[in-house]
Design a protein around this ligand. Structure first.
Ligand SMILES: [Zn+2]
Length: 229
């Protein structure tokens, strides 16, 4: 059931137990933003969870997608939203087929198949670039897991919407594995960059969000990854 992470951020309980399914969040700063949308067939439906959080789907002002993976965007298929949907520019080009990863890349090949089935067609899909300001959010292009992976910081509430920059596995932050990523070296660079920013709440796609001390935990992971390379 939907539950608060911080005063502004609510976790929507749409994920199946790991490793299947990803979290979605609602951020209310006077405008209501949905961050990611979960799997196409969630444990609890996205619209039920939005309602459980105290909102009607019509109240959602925008959707921010951290990246184009089915466990983060699939839930959009079953909810009726009249709001613009934002996605990192390169992932948007991937979905809209104006850019294609090589077939020889393990995740790229998978995406080329998935986008035939799930193309986010019929929605107002807008590309996001590094540094964009969208409502109360700042966009950071954080490639590696996906080419257009984007982290959204919400300075007013001190929350970082991290997507799959990191996963929280039983209290420990880990970076996503090679098999599910484009370039793990670039993930480490992206982690480094976000670890230099200021935030408290770490809201990731997989695992329990951390309401306070999130940046310190990310810095610890950045140091660990630097030590390994
Ligand atoms: Zn994911």
């Amino acid at each position: 059931m939907a539950r608060p992470v911080t005063e502004a951020v609510t976790l929507l309980d749409v994920a199946w137990p790991e490793p299947i399914g990803a979290n979605a969040y609602l951020v209310d700063d006077g405008e209501v933003t949905l961050v990611d949308a979960g799997v196409p067939l969630p444990r609890r439906s996205l619209s039920d969870e939005i309602r459980a959080a105290g909102y009607a789907t019509g109240e959602i002002d925008r959707v921010l997608l951290t990246h184009y993976d089915i466990d983060h965007v699939g839930g959009l298929a079953r909810v009726d939203l009249d709001a613009p949907i934002y996605l990192g520019a390169l992932d948007r080009r991937l979905v809209r087929r104006s850019w294609s990863p090589p077939w020889s890349h393990h995740k790229g090949a998978f995406h080329r198949l998935v986008r035939r089935v799930y193309s986010l067609s019929g929605v107002d899909l807008r590309g996001v670039s590094d540094g964009d300001r969208i409502g109360g959010f700042l966009a950071y292009h954080t490639p590696g897991h996906n080419p257009g992976h984007t982290v959204y910081l919400h300075p007013e509430s001190g929350a970082a919407m991290l997507g799959d920059l990191v996963w929280n596995t039983s209290g420990a932050f880990v970076s996503p594995p090679w098999i599910d990523s484009y370039d793990t070296g670039r993930i480490a660079d992206s982690i480094d960059r976000i670890a230099e920013e200021r935030f408290e709440a770490a809201c990731m796609g997989h695992g329990e969000p951390v309401p306070a001390g999130g940046r310190d935990a990310l810095r610890a992971l950045a140091a660990e990854l630097a030590g390994r390379s």
